[in-house]
Design a protein around this ligand. Structure first.
Ligand code: MG
Length: 370
C-alpha cells in the first residue's frame, strides 16, 4: 500500500514537489509504515495529538465560546488544510505534506489569539522570547508526549521545515535552515486566504462590520458582489454574503494557482534542490490580487481587530496571561508535579517551562486557572 502511494506521487507530482520516498527522514529512526507514506503518517500523528484537539478551544479573533459559529483555531486549521490541498493539487505539489503542515501550523498559538502571543513574548523578553511558529515546532519536536521512545511526534524533516517557515521559503531554525519547500509556501498562501475571508465572515455575523461600509471601502468585496448579483438577481444583501464569501475564496485560489503556475513554468525547477536555492517563493498572488488583499487587510485591521469590543477582550486575555505567569513564577508548585519533573530533568529553565505551560492552555482552561 505504501509503495502504491509512493508510485502515485512519482506519476502525478511535479519534479519540484517533495516526494515522500526522498524524505530526509526523522530525527529518531523508525521503520517505514506498511500502508502509509511518511507524510500521511505525519498527518495522522498530528490529528491524533492532544495539542491538535486543544485548537478547538483557542481563539482566532473572537472569544471562541461567544457563539457556536465563529472560527476557532481548529476550524481555521481545517480550512487552511482544505485550501492547501486544492492549491497543491492544481500545482502538482504533495497534498499530504501540505495537509500536515496546515494542521500543524497553529499548534504553537497561545490562548487569546495574538494578544496572548504578544503578552507571552513580552514576559519572556529576557529569556529567549516567544513566537508562535517557533512554538509550533517545539510542540511537535518536544512538548507532545505520547511515545515511549522519544519526546514529541518525531515528524519528517520536510514537515518540520514547513512549520519553521516564518516567511516564504526560509526555514530559519537550526538543521532546518534553508530547507523551505513549496508545499509550505502553498500553506502560507492558504492561511492568508482563509483568515482574510473568515474574519470578514465572522466580522459581519457579529455585527461589528457594516456591509455598506465594507462595500464602499473594499474593492474585492465590491467586485465579488457584482459577479454574484449578476447570477442571483433576487437575493437580498444578507443572503448574498455567503455566496460572495465563497466566490472570494475560489477567486483567490484561482489567482494564486494561475500566477504560481506561470512563475514555476518560467523557472523550470528540476528538483527540490532547485527549490532550496530560491530566495523568493513563486507561490504568490498576482500583483493586482496582492494589492486588493492588502486593502482588505487594512480594512479588517481598522474596523475589526482594533474595534473597542475586540480590544477589551484582548486586554482581558492579556491580564489573565500576566496573572498566570506571575503566579507560577512565585509558586512553581502550582504546576503539575509530573510536568515539572519532566522539564527539570531535561534542563529546561523555569521561565520556559512556565511559558510552555501557559502557551499550551486553551482560552477556557486559562480563564479557569487564573
Ligand atoms: Mg493560521
Amino acid at each position: 500500500m505504501r509503495v502504491l502511494g509512493e508510485e502515485r506521487e512519482q506519476a502525478v507530482l511535479a519534479p519540484y514537489a517533495c516526494f515522500s520516498q526522498d524524505s530526509r527522514g526523522r530525527v529518531y529512526h523508525e521503520n517505514l509504515d506498511e500502508t502509509r507514506t511518511c507524510f500521511q503518517r505525519d498527518r495522522d500523528r498530528l490529528i491524533h495529538s492532544k495539542f491538535f484537539r486543544r485548537l478547538a478551544h483557542k481563539t482566532q479573533v473572537f472569544i471562541a465560546l461567544e457563539s457556536d459559529h465563529y472560527r476557532s483555531r481548529l476550524t481555521h486549521s481545517l480550512e487552511v488544510a482544505q485550501i492547501s490541498r486544492q492549491l497543491c493539487r492544481m500545482l502538482r505539489l504533495n497534498e499530504d505534506l501540505a495537509e500536515g503542515i496546515a494542521l500543524a501550523h497553529d499548534l504553537g498559538h497561545t490562548p487569546f489569539g495574538h494578544a496572548g502571543e504578544d503578552t507571552l513574548d513580552a514576559l519572556m523578553q529576557d529569556f529567549g522570547g516567544f513566537e508562535h511558529n517557533w512554538q509550533s515546532l517545539r510542540v511537535v519536536d518536544t512538548l507532545e508526549q505520547k511515545y515511549p521512545q522519544f519526546d514529541g511526534l518525531n515528524l519528517s524533516f520536510e514537515l518540520r521545515a514547513g512549520i519553521a517557515m516564518k516567511t516564504p521559503l526560509s526555514a530559519q531554525i537550526g538543521d532546518l535552515e534553508g530547507a523551505g519547500n513549496l508545499e509550505a509556501s502553498a500553506v502560507n498562501m492558504a492561511d492568508q486566504i482563509s483568515y482574510n475571508n473568515h474574519d470578514l465572515d465572522d466580522g459581519l455575523s457579529s455585527g461589528i462590520l457594516d456591509i455598506r461600509v465594507l462595500k464602499e471601502a473594499v474593492t474585492l468585496w465590491r467586485e465579488a458582489d457584482k459577479v454574484v448579483q449578476a447570477s442571483y438577481t433576487a437575493l437580498d444583501e444578507g443572503d448574498r454574503k455567503y455566496l460572495i464569501n465563497s466566490y472570494l475564496i475560489s477567486s483567490q485560489i484561482r489567482d494564486v494557482s494561475e500566477t504560481s503556475k506561470a512563475k514555476l513554468d518560467s523557472l523550470s525547477l528540476a528538483s527540490i534542490d532547485d527549490v532550496y536555492a530560491l530566495s523568493d517563493s513563486p507561490i504568490t498572488f498576482s500583483k493586482n490580487m496582492s494589492e486588493m488583499a492588502s486593502e482588505l487587510r487594512s480594512f479588517l485591521k481598522e474596523h475589526l481587530y482594533l474595534h473597542p469590543g475586540i480590544r477589551a477582550k484582548n486586554q482581558e486575555g492579556q491580564r489573565i496571561i500576566e496573572d498566570l505567569f506571575g503566579a507560577y513564577m512565585d509558586r512553581p508548585e502550582l504546576l503539575p508535579e509530573a510536568y515539572r519533573e519532566r522539564f527539570l530533568a531535561r534542563g529546561v529553565t523555569m521561565e520556559r517551562m512556565i511559558c510552555d505551560y501557559i502557551a499550551g492552555m486553551t482560552d477556557w482552561y486559562a480563564g479557569r486557572a487564573v
